[in-house]
Write a new protein. Structure first.
Length: 134
């Protein structure tokens, strides 16, 4: 949550994460409260426009592996989580505008918009909410 504190309030942030990464069972929609409380524990300000999308199968498995940070002008692809940076070897690839748009169109948008409904033959369970609003 801390990186959100340095993002302009004019920006929109979409965070895609997996049910596996949560400390709860799949379909436990109380996870929204966990994120709200995490934000409140680090800031008394309204967060930037931030949407959390939790995606995975009933077992928690997810179609996502790589981590991306994309903007209108490009982005980066991370070979590890943000918390893993500096702990071991990992790749960081700078994305130009076309690469970032391609990743958004091929991977990110289909998951956010619910166009991809299955992973390895299992139904994807998706829960999306806006941080800072109940």
């Amino acid at each position: 949550m801390s990186p959100l504190k340095s993002i302009s309030l004019d920006a929109r942030v979409d965070i895609l994460t997996s049910w596996q990464a949560q400390d709860c069972k799949v379909d436990d929609y109380d996870i929204q409260r966990v994120y709200q409380n995490a934000w409140k524990s680090i800031s008394d300000q309204t967060p930037p426009e931030t949407y959390i999308h939790i995606i995975g199968t009933g077992s928690g498995e997810t179609p996502m592996h790589n981590r991306y940070i994309t903007t209108n002008n490009g982005g980066i692809q991370l070979g590890t989580s943000l918390s893993g940076l500096g702990n071991k070897d990992s790749d960081i690839h700078i994305l130009d505008r076309d690469e970032a748009a391609g990743i958004e169109n091929e991977f990110i948008n289909p998951l956010i918009l619910g166009m991809r409904r299955q992973h390895k033959g299992n139904r994807l369970v998706t829960f999306s909410f806006m941080l800072g609003y109940n």
